[in-house]
Design a protein around this ligand. Sequence first.
Ligand code: BES
Ligand code: MN
Ligand code: ZN
Length: 498
Amino acid sequence: MDISFNAISELEKKTLFFIDESLALSSTLSSIDNQSGGAVTKAIESSGYKADLGKMLSVFSASGGDVEQIILCGLGDSESGVKNELDIQKLGGKIYSFLDGERISAVSVCVEGTIGGFAPDFVAANIAYGINLRGYRFDKYFTKQKEEDKPSLKSVSIVLDSVKEAKSKYKNYQSVAEGVFIARDVISEPPNVLYPETYAEKCKELKELGVKVEVLGEKEMAKLGMGSLLSVGQGSEKESKLVVMQWNGAAKNSGQPVAFVGKGVTFDTGGISLKPGLNMHEMKYDMGGSATVVGTIKALASRKARVNAIGVIGCVENMPGGGASRPGDIVTSMSGQTIENLNTDAEGRLVLADALWYTQDRFKPKFMINLATLTGAMVIALGVHRAGIFSNNDELAERLYRVGEDIGDRVWRFPMGEEYNKQMDSKVADIQNISNMKGAGSITAAQFLERFVNDTPWCHIDIAGVCWASTPDDLTPEGARGWGVRLLDKLVAEHYEV
Ligand code: BES
Ligand code: MN
Ligand code: ZN
């Protein structure tokens, strides 16, 4: 899909106009209405169109000059209308869905005057961003696709007076969208195609943007003492990998970097504690946390963010097999702490234990945020609309909450504490990987992780419920959402860029 910004004089045959509940026509729309003998006014009258937010009305006109199909897009009134950036982006997403549903291939979208008090260039950039995010498809594996199943929309031309300003505003959003898209891509890839080695190769693409990418194999990790992470992959034919990405967009002496750490289980069978067969295929998205990290680093590098950011992802495949770890095994983590593995399906925390320890040990970051599709209990607690956050630092948790409300990747903080921490004590080792009591499965998982962060300000985001969508929403098609890329990008933009 090609998205461009052009002058208002260049209207396509099909053009969308915004209209609020006063039903007043913008100047361009009004002149088209006049040329067409009042076709627009008549259509509004006869259909009883009220311009509710996001409500569309198509008007066909034989004599409206160059424009043959006029699409009205409602803006509601001051109460129901758009109030912020996110609302405008969502409206863009709604526009995409409508145009795709109508099988329209080329359209112009006319932005005249302010919308919700926002200047046309800002509106145009955000509409374009919403269209772009909602228009993502993962269709590379279809060898035959019916015409009606293919995306119809090929070109969107946003027309307005301040073309230059809109273009430059859109550039940043476009960079972030690229981060979201790589996250969606790697989550969507099947687990026979995307496994630790191929995933690490994919990460190397970020080198083109100036990101330093290192890949550690099993030998290197064994040398570092990562017995916890390595135990997860030992039943798999695929070699485990740790990918370390560094984006240095700020001066060398600008203080500690920020760090993002992700669970990259490219497939989670549960291991010897095998999962039930029903819907097991969904566990291809068990690398979703790491995808957010890759996407965030890509977004930061694409828009040349003035920040030093580290991304570390632990990539493993959790398989049963003759070499697989057994319930009852005790492994030694890089931190030196021993871990009793009582359930090989609680593998994500074993991966993160070493990835987190490594990250703080090597980079001494300002903070670490880790993301993981960590617990089924998270889906029970919050469903699909919010991710849970768990933190040892109020400021970091508060910032994530605020930014999430603004950009739409919303979070909710859970409690932590000594009483939960104790539930992870093992009878025979320093810690065990499942709780010794029922309940609070997401919190006890977070307590496990906290034992591997060593006083670093830290936040764990459990994205088990939000990573994958079974139905589309305004900014995402069905499937991989790329959740968290926009959240972390904005967190950096608002609080950590120099
Ligand atoms: N990857 C799963 C968690 C998950 C479940 C993510 C559903 C997305 C959707 C994780 O590795 C897991 O299996 N967790 C176990 C932990 C338990 C054994 C303590 C779980 O939640 O059942
Ligand atoms: Mn598991
Ligand atoms: Zn898992």
